[in-house]
Design a protein around this ligand. Structure first.
Ligand SMILES: *Cc1c(COP(=O)(O)O)cnc(C)c1O
Length: 364
């Protein structure tokens, strides 16, 4: 069916798989004979319990999450985790952070409110266009965790190899790469992802946390809000208070969709093919250049520039007029950025590349 939809290259909230949107539409007025829409349902009803249980199980299946990890659906987006992580995981009050771009910088600034933060590596010297070597970091013995942002959404850099944490707990912000490829959960103590980049509607984060990192209220600062202790969510099946029922429902649909197409191995294959279309173009173009060192190029967020601000603006306007939306780069990098999340079809990237090729010919 033709809905006259645009190719939406937004960095988030972002494009969703059409079959999922269609299913949601079909269930909008009456979810499977319940007589109501999911957004009208009590979160305490058996019908909703089944939705959240299946969402969790499908995510566990997709990522092969071991039994000693909890899956939590928490509100406040990824940003609330910048505070929740130090509040819960700092026992000694010491943490190491790797600074690779805008999102790790925000996490660092927040963590500094709660303890002693060591920035053990940074790629600031070249405006975050690479991931620094983390094979021999200077990590203090009493470090509670080592923190990375595994895909920097704004700068378009991604980790190919996890840091050597010297046995310390690894914490990763996977917001803009969640479920884009297989993930070995046991390499991490805590993984989290705001869902509006690759999975569903904004306003929720998925936290995957190893059970031994969850602590009693009495072990945390007494002023820690109840909502901000992971234990509150773990003990109550992510329903201490009313959860983001709608987002959980939509994410659950996407989890099922990913399973149906062959899981994360298949998703990664498609993402590599898709990103290659864009990167091959950038590497052959005389007008456009990718801003990230080849080794660290993201499969999900592809920033590129012409080197001329006025021309950049002209390209953004031309792409928008032609039906390719949200390609304006973030102000800290400039130029353009194509976000090619899971739900962006290869057709969309090919069409964009065709358009940019033509633009280059006519304006070069
Ligand atoms: C978008 C994003 C965030 C912030 O997410 P919110 O849900 O808006 O709080 C954090 N980290 C990364 C890597 C992101 O891409």
């Amino acid at each position: 069916m033709n809905y006259n939809r645009t190719y939406n290259f937004s960095a988030g909230p972002a494009t969703m798989p059409e079959p999922v949107l269609e299913e949601i539409r079909d269930e909008m007025m009456n979810y499977r004979g319940s007589g109501m829409c999911v957004m009208e349902m009590s979160h305490r009803s058996p019908v909703y319990q089944q939705i959240i249980d299946e969402a969790e199980q499908d995510l566990r299946d997709l990522m092969h999450i071991p039994d000693n990890y909890k899956v939590l659906f928490i509100q406040g987006g990824a940003t609330l985790q910048f505070a929740m992580i130090p509040m819960n995981l700092m026992k000694n009050g010491v943490a190491c952070y790797v600074e690779t771009g805008a999102w790790s910088k925000k996490a660092i600034a927040e963590a500094k409110k709660y303890g002693d933060v060591h920035v053990v590596a940074s790629s600031k010297d070249r405006n975050f266009c690479y991931v620094p070597d983390c094979s021999s970091l200077d990590i203090p013995e009493n470090t509670d965790y080592v923190y990375i942002c595994e895909n920097e959404t704004i700068h378009g850099v991604t980790w190919n190899k996890l840091p050597d944490t010297k046995g310390h707990v690894l914490v990763s912000d996977q917001s803009s790469m969640f479920l884009s490829k297989p993930c070995n959960v046991s390499d991490y103590g805590l993984i989290y992802a705001g869902v509006q980049k690759n999975v569903g509607p904004a306003g929720m984060v998925v936290v995957i946390i190893r059970e031994d990192l969850i602590r009693d209220d009495a072990e945390l600062d007494p002023k820690t809000p109840i909502y901000m202790n992971y234990k509150t969510h773990a003990d109550n099946g992510s329903m201490y208070n009313t959860p983001n029922c709608w987002a959980i429902y939509c994410c659950g649909k996407v989890f099922k969709y990913l399973k149906s197409i062959g899981g994360l191995e298949e998703m990664e294959k498609r993402n590599i093919e898709k990103a290659k279309v864009m990167y091959d173009f950038l590497d052959s173009s005389k007008m456009f250049t990718g801003t990230v060192d080849k080794e660290f190029r993201s499969l999900m967020n592809i920033p590129f520039v012409t080197g001329d601000k006025e021309l950049d603006a002209k390209v953004v306007a031309a792409t928008k007029a032609a039906g390719y939306d949200n390609l304006k780069g973030h102000k800290s990098v400039g130029g353009l950025r194509a976000s090619t999340y899971n739900a962006m079809p290869k057709d969309g990237v090919e069409a964009l590349v065709e358009f940019l090729t033509k633009f280059e010919k006519e304006n070069g």
